[in-house]
Ligand binder design. Structure first.
Ligand code: ADP
Ligand code: ADP
Length: 230
């Protein structure tokens, strides 16, 4: 499903060149549940952005669901992103002037789905995350945890094969974080692939596999022990 080979990513910082990823080979199969951990600046977000087709590598190849992305145009990449990937970020990235329902309908606009069906699917996604009673609210009328649930609903509404989350609990207290991770657990159980960037061990422990990134490389790749069910 996700196959990265010889991935290098360089950024130009004025005259200086910074190597954010320094040779990454990685396979993530269908329905895996993966944590990306490692110190700040190690390259986790860069790797996530490449997997999500938000950015392209300086070197190497990325095959996503059998398609080589390196030969794709920006338009094709945007289309793959819209169809295959759902994103969740630390800072929610909701549109403040839109209602909760309208925010979640947004990804479907680019797919030519009629408005009534968009609303119906958005409502179903919001019910899935426990916010079926907040459809007409604006983001600033919600708590942080509720805003992140809206973002999860928006990520899921297009039924992507992969859910990518970059520090999804970074702005949340521990109880709310656990609720968000319970949602991700459910997404994984329903058959989707989930990849989570985090520096919190409690969050990583939800995942089945942990990849540790350091200095732009994957330095550890291990299966996590099964979680105790309480
Ligand atoms: P992490 O997510 O592990 O904190 P990042 O992937 O954000 O690490 O960053 C890896 C390195 O690349 C850092 O040194 C960071 O400053 C740099 N970097 C990330 N994105 C950019 C960018 N768009 N332009 C320039 N440098 C960047
Ligand atoms: P969020 O909180 O929503 O995860 P952040 O505020 O952490 O977002 O910003 C992360 C974004 O900033 C990433 O897309 C990353 O590539 C980019 N970024 C990280 N470091 C740098 C940098 N040194 N210069 C420019 N962009 C960067």
């Amino acid at each position: 499903m996700i196959r990265l080979s010889g991935i290098v990513k360089r950024y130009l910082m004025g005259e200086e060149e910074l190597m954010a990823l320094a040779g990454v080979d990685l396979h993530i199969g269908r329905n895996e549940y993966v944590a990306l951990i490692g110190p700040s600046g190690s390259g986790k977000s860069t790797l996530m952005n490449l997997i999500g087709c938000l950015d392209t590598p300086s070197e190497g190849t990325y095959v996503l669901n059998g398609r080589d992305t390196s030969s794709m145009t920006d338009n094709e990449l945007a289309q793959v992103r819209n169809q295959e990937i759902g994103f969740v970020f630390q800072s929610f990235h909701l549109l403040p002037r839109l209602t909760v329902l309208e925010n979640v309908m947004q990804p479907l606009v680019y797919r030519g789905i009629p408005r009534g069906e968009r609303a119906e699917r958005a409502r179903a996604a919001l019910e899935q995350v426990g916010l079926g009673n907040r459809l007409g609210h604006r983001p600033n009328q919600l708590s942080g945890g509720q805003r992140q649930r809206v973002a999860v609903a928006r990520a899921l509404v297009g039924k992507p094969s992969i859910l990518l989350a970059d520090e999804p609990t970074g702005n949340l207290d521990s109880r709310t974080s656990a609720e968000i991770m319970a949602l991700f657990d459910e997404v994984h159980r329903s058959g989707q692939t989930v990849v989570v960037v985090t520096h919190e061990p409690d969050i990583a422990a939800h995942c089945r596999r942990t990849l540790r990134v350091s200095d732009g490389k994957i330095v550890e790749d291990r299966q996590n022990p099964p979680r105790e069910v309480h």
